[in-house]
Write a protein that binds this ligand. Structure first.
Ligand code: GLN
Ligand code: ZN
Length: 760
């Protein structure tokens, strides 16, 4: 049986691309040097795939920032603001990705959004009336040739036209249909270029097909592919889907003149049924996604081979594939020296998944695979009883009552009580939690991690950072302060490290956006808090000021969503286990005198099922209560904040209100404040702090700009509900941008406050 990989990670196995890009941004290396790093990363991943005998290896899955952005550039979808900068190709890409504020001009970055239900982010292409889509680059051709020179025949990967049009944002008076003709022409030109270079297969990624499709969308999709397949020359097309099933378009899909269809049989719950009930054309290859591209557990060979057999009974030619790109898992287990062999044996990262593909492909060829040593070893492992089981925790989850999920008194009542309690000014200013992780902060952590300093010396430094952070905030005149989160490098890893049941990797980085990577901890067993986690830091911070300092926690849904979850118990059960742990921490903070507690649910929207029909039953029905479990035990005077990033939650705005926090802050600047309409229209009750500026970009917004933003916000939010804050934590920024930006923000708040008071 042949094997395929949808895509491979590209940040480098030790994040080489991240470090090189950041050097490039600081002007320490040239563009040429940066490109060389990219080349080495590609070379190694092709080599690994070739070594494991993968039949379909991808090229053009590499990117200096993001594949959707690459596609926009390839199609010439560059908004005029960036064109005016007259930068070279690489710098145009970075300007669109990160914003630009240098000699040539001042332009914010494109909007950034979460990639379907993952923690990866893509840049949103902008298509306006003036946009003319035409083939404008050579990247996929060059990377194909590059692989070929290394003796590797690849299938170039492109974002498919349907998904491209679905993800794009349209300017005034423009809509998807206006771009179809040019788009098709551009893809055909690309196909022609591929053909002339001897490319055999091209993979078109169409994850947008797993969403609920309207009749119009379905028509658009059919139209695009009918035209597209007319002139594909000798080229073979693989239409690749992932992250779900294709129930809305299966009938059209199997009639297309494509040569292969990639289906995800792990997240795509209905795909198997579709194939077995409706059949699959004999003249097409079915790329069966059965090795999980999103989780790090070894496959259960019994399950994979069983499903494969079933599929083979209905499709003529089957290729064993990954369920999606391996971008969402770390590179390799090889760099993990601290995990015990017993634990490590259960894991499989990108490189190890290649071995699994090889073994599985081999087993399919065996007469009786159940007798083969690879199979037997796998079954011994996956069926064995694991460590970190905790009966007590399971009983606690079973014993949860509705009362423990409900806070009293109701929010309106609490709002009155808390106004009395805190006496905050109109439009209170605050930040989301973290302050820049400066060189000194990182140095302190790395010395501690290397064992060069002890915990006491480490903490002494952390306390010094906190003290300085508090005095900076007082100086700037912020109203509700934070301690700065210097003790944590990551909002989830930090909690995981302090909870039983979690295990950690050293180098298992996964790309989140651009050069930003996360190292998700792994839920290995039942989760339990054994002692207070943040209390000392928060108490110290509060002791340095009379202003309230927010206790800063991560919520259960986010901890779960940003961890690699278990596959042997439900997500709901894991969320409640973590919820109990956070609840204990909340109550300890309150007992220690912390009066405002923020429980971040940055990633709540992320795992919202792609299909609406699954939203409640599969997710929200437990996710929202798991959050309430954390705070329902506090006194009415204790103010609960939460924070969410990026996502558009217009459609679940009511559910967000049902989290029953007192205040919520969220990203708004990059998604251009559309959320505020939903807030106004839904009669949202929670007080809100829509981000006044974008912290994902290094530019410093002016006072005027932020004052303007606040004026806009006040058209939609009642004055007594509005908080003023950046759109996310400041840890990825430098102090040199942070302080002037915050000063401008505080001043902008003061100006609108003055106007509001004068206006009364
Ligand atoms: N409190 C966190 C911080 O400020 C929130 C981060 C996030 O939303 N991703 O860093
Ligand atoms: Zn955030």
């Amino acid at each position: 049986m042949q094997s395929a990989v949808v895509g491979f990670p590209r940040i480098g196995k030790l994040r080489e691309l991240k470090f090189a890009s950041e050097k490039y941004f600081r002007g320490e290396i040239s563009g040429q040097e940066l490109k060389q790093v990219g080349k080495e990363i590609r070379k190694e991943s092709w080599k690994w795939q070739k070594e494991q005998g993968i039949s379909f290896i991808s090229s053009n899955d590499f990117s200096f920032y993001d594949g959707v952005l690459d596609m926009a550039l390839l199609l010439g979808a560059i908004p005029s603001d960036y064109k005016k900068l007259k930068l070279n190709e690489l710098d145009t890409l970075f300007a669109m990705a990160r914003g630009y504020q240098k000699r040539a001009g001042d332009v914010p970055a494109l909007a950034m959004k979460k990639w379907f239900n993952t923690n990866y982010h893509y840049l949103v292409p902008e298509l306006g009336k003036e946009t003319k889509l035409t083939l404008s680059g050579t990247k996929p051709f060059e990377e194909y040739e590059e692989a070929k020179e290394q003796g590797v025949e690849t299938k170039p990967v492109l974002l498919g036209p349907f998904t491209f049009l679905s993800l794009a944002r349209y300017g005034k008076g423009a809509k998807a249909r206006d771009f179809v003709t040019d788009l098709i022409r551009a893809y055909q030109e690309i196909f022609h270029q591929f053909s002339s270079r001897g490319v055999q297969w091209v993979q078109l990624d169409e994850p947008a097909l797993v969403k609920d499709l309207t009749a119009d969308e379905l028509k658009l999709f059919e139209g695009l592919y009918q035209q597209l397949t007319e002139k594909k020359e000798r080229l073979k097309l693989l239409l690749q889907t992932y992250f779900g099933d294709v129930r809305d378009c299966y009938d059209s899909l199997i009639q297309l003149k494509v040569d292969g269809i990639g289906l995800d049989f792990l997240e795509g719950r209905k795909n198997l049924e579709l194939v077995t009930k409706k059949g699959f054309p004999q003249d097409k290859l079915l790329f069966a996604g059965l090795v999980n591209g999103k989780n790090i557990w070894k496959s259960d060979y019994e399950k994979v081979l069983g499903t494969l057999k079933e599929i083979q009974g209905h499709a003529g030619q089957v290729v064993l594939s990954t369920s999606c790109s391996l971008l969402h898992v770390p590179y390799t287990l090889e760099n993990e020296s601290k995990l015990t062999e017993e634990i490590k044996a259960h894991f499989s990262f990108a490189r190890e998944k290649l071995e699994e593909l090889k073994e599985l492909a081999f087993l399919t060829e065996c007469e009786d695979y159940t007798q083969e040593k690879e199979y037997l070893a796998n079954q011994r492992l996956v069926k064995a009883k694991r460590c970190f089981q905790n009966e007590q925790v399971r009983v606690a989850v079973e014993g949860l009552t509705e009362k423990m999920l409900t806070r009293v008194p109701d929010r309106a009542e609490r709002e009155k009580i808390q106004r009395e309690e805190f006496q905050l000014p109109l439009f209170p200013t605050t930040t989301i939690g973290s302050f820049p992780q400066t060189k000194e902060v990182k140095k302190n952590r790395s010395l501690y991690k290397k064992g060069e300093i002890d915990k006491a010396a480490y903490d002494k430094q952390v306390y010094a950072f906190i003290a300085e952070c508090i005095s900076k905030q007082e100086e700037m005149g912020l109203d509700v302060l934070v301690h700065g989160e210097y003790e944590r490098n990551d909002m989830v890893e930090f909690f995981g490290e302090n909870l039983e049941g979690y295990v950690f990797t050293q180098k298992a980085w996964v790309q989140s956006y651009g050069t930003r990577c996360v190292k998700p901890p792994i839920i290995f067993g039942d989760v339990k808090r054994s002692c207070p986690i943040t209390v000392d830091y928060s108490v110290f911070a509060q002791s340095r000021t009379k202003k309230p300092v927010k206790g800063m926690l991560t919520g259960p849904v986010t901890i779960l969503n940003w961890s690699f979850p278990r596959e042997d118990i439900s997500l709901k059960e894991m969320a409640f286990q973590i919820g109990i742990a956070i609840r204990e921490e909340v109550l300890d903070l309150e007992k220690a005198g912390i009066r405002i507690i923020q429980i971040d649910e940055a990633a709540l929207k992320e795992k919202l099922p792609i299909r609406k029909s699954d939203w409640y039953s599969e997710y929200l029905d437990w996710a929202i209560p798991a959050f309430r479990l954390c705070h329902s035990g506090v006194r009415p005077t204790t103010q609960i904040h939460t924070h969410m990033c990026y996502s558009e939650f217009n459609e679940i705005i009511k559910d967000i209100d049902h989290m029953d926090a007192d205040v919520i802050s969220f990203e708004a600047s990059r998604s251009k404040l559309t959320l505020l309409d939903a807030i106004r229209d839904s009669g949202f009750e929670t007080q809100v702090g829509p981000g006044v500026y974008d912290i994902h970009s290094p530019r410093i917004p002016s006072l005027k700009e932020m004052k303007g933003t606040l004026d806009q916000m006040l058209k939609k939010v009642k004055p007594d509900k509005l908080w003023v804050n950046p759109d996310c934590g400041l840890k990825t920024r430098g102090m040199e941008e942070t302080l002037p930006s915050l000063r401008n923000m505080v001043e902008a708040a003061r100006l609108v406050r003055e106007e509001a008071v004068r206006g009364k």
